[in-house]
Design a protein around this ligand. Structure first.
Ligand SMILES: [Zn+2]
Length: 477
């Protein structure tokens, strides 16, 4: 009887601790999907039944604050590093590094120089260093050699590869003999059409519907491969989109002499490198040029943008108000929709939904930062992350109460600019985690006490009987 009780205690303790400390290996699979330029409110523009299916059976965050500048490459690198642009070094889609004396340009797909990417370590590399394998279908940066590595499996970027082909590759990697635990999937829409039509165009309805059908296809394929219930699917985006107009164009040629500066990046954040000795002249000419253009010297860029301490950020930046366009003159390319503006603007915010064994069901959270995704990914993959600017605590309530919380969380060292304070990190372990550990510990203690008592009793069996005998007369008296 006693030995049975001891075994039950022991099993309970072991189970509690095991449940607290480890995810089932199958449930550590993560598929991160980005639909480029999917603004948060597109979910309500037209019926999007597949997005709403994920929300109903999973989690949804209403407001995701992404990073400045709200462009594709800076934000995609933040999603996989948890760092602000000044810390990960991909500060724009078009950059010039004065130390390397090299340029980076998305327009010419001149993005394959490793040195631009190596101020950070993206999650697929950290995942692989931890002994796992990753697979990437067109996610920005995954076909670049970074710190001597590529993802275990990846597709070289080619926009003509269909969504269905990308999904097929992802499924193949997740179900192979040596399956990946991290998949990254990227799709160019609704960004492309958002630029051409402008987000306010009624023609955006069919574009959003098409993206919803694509998500439906992905869900169908995951179910067919029996991955739907074991894989953690996260659907997000890099930024939103705002309506522009040819009525709202700021022409730099009206204020600046082209010989006095180099325009590194254009709209809506003009990155200006003045020629030698021309800084004051350029700054003064631009500072009060237009009521919808705010001009900053690098050292005066607002702290909240975390966009100052990197040599690729130019000496002067000129930031257009929402919906305004910066061009040298009207012969430059103009698009009806654009992004890149202040990351406080709702128009710039992306979506965030997730579904899987680690997530709650039908749960909505008000807000998060896009930097918080990285510690969440590290937690789900059960890997130790690199220093970052996010906080797992901000998003911990997205996780199901039965999902383990013992994350190998990281602390941002003090030198990481804009890093969360270590104290904040110390509180990241949840109450559920403490409850699990405490319960496990209590059961172990009870087990030890009972075991010790049992041992003592078996050593001196006559003592309790003797005591009860001498107490009898007293009780009777
Ligand atoms: Zn875009």
């Amino acid at each position: 009887m006693t030995s049975k009780f001891l075994w039950v205690c022991f099993l309970l303790a072991a189970l509690t601790l095991a449940k607290t400390y480890s995810l089932q290996p199958d449930q550590q699979k993560v598929l991160l999907v980005s639909f480029d330029g999917f603004r948060w409110d597109y979910l309500y523009r037209v019926p999007t039944p597949h997005f709403h299916y994920v929300m109903k059976h999973g989690v949804h965050v209403k407001q995701v604050t992404n990073i400045f500048i709200t462009k594709t490459y800076p934000n995609h690198y933040t999603l996989v590093t948890g760092l602000f642009a000044e810390n990960h070094g991909i500060v724009a889609n078009d950059m010039f590094d004065p130390i390397l004396n090299k340029s980076f340009s998305l327009d010419n797909m001149d993005i394959y120089d490793s040195e631009f990417w190596e101020e950070a370590t993206p999650i697929w590399i950290t995942n692989q260093r931890a002994g796992h394998t990753s697979g990437a279908a067109m996610w920005p940066g995954t076909d670049v050699k970074i710190h001597e590595s590529f993802p275990t499996h990846y597709l070289p970027y080619n926009e003509s590869v269909s969504f269905e082909e990308r999904v097929a590759k992802i499924i193949e990697w997740f179900t192979s003999k040596e399956p990946i635990n991290l998949g990254l999937l990227y799709w160019e829409e609704p960004d492309d059409m958002g630029h051409h039509l402008g987000p306010d165009s009624p023609l955006m309805g069919p574009v959003i519907s098409d993206t919803d059908h694509k998500l439906g296809y992905l869900i169908q394929m995951l179910k067919k491969a029996k991955l739907w219930n074991v894989l953690n699917l996260i659907i997000t985006s890099d930024h939103g989109m705002t309506q522009c107009s040819e009525e709202r164009v700021i022409e730099l040629d009206q204020y600046l002499d082209r010989d006095h500066y180099t325009l590194i990046d254009q709209s809506p954040v003009a990155a200006i490198l003045p020629k030698e000795g021309k800084f004051d002249e350029v700054y003064e000419a631009l500072a009060h040029a237009h009521p919808n253009l705010t001009v900053y010297k690098k050292e005066e860029i607002p702290e909240r943008w975390h966009y100052r301490y990197n040599s690729r950020i130019q000496p002067i930046i000129a930031v257009a108000d929402n919906g305004w366009y910066v061009l040298r003159n009207k012969s430059d390319d103009f698009l009806l929709g654009n992004h890149g503006y202040d990351n406080a603007l709702a128009e710039m915010h992306p979506i965030f939904l997730a579904h899987g064994p680690a997530f709650r069901k039908n749960f909505t959270r008000e807000a998060m930062n896009s930097t918080d995704l990285y510690p969440l990914l590290c937690h789900l993959l059960n890997i130790t992350g690199m220093p970052h600017n996010g906080s797992l605590r901000n998003v911990q309530d997205l996780l199901s109460s039965t999902a383990p919380r013992a994350s190998p969380y990281t602390q941002s060292p003090p030198f990481l600019r804009g890093g969360v304070k270590p104290r904040e990190n110390e509180q990241e372990e949840s109450y559920a985690y403490f409850l699990g550990v405490s319960l496990g510990a209590i059961i172990v203690i009870v087990f030890l006490i009972t075991f010790t008592k049992h041992l003592i009793r078996s050593q001196i069996p006559a003592l309790p009987d003797f005591q009860s005998e001498i107490s009898q007369p007293l009780l009777q008296a």
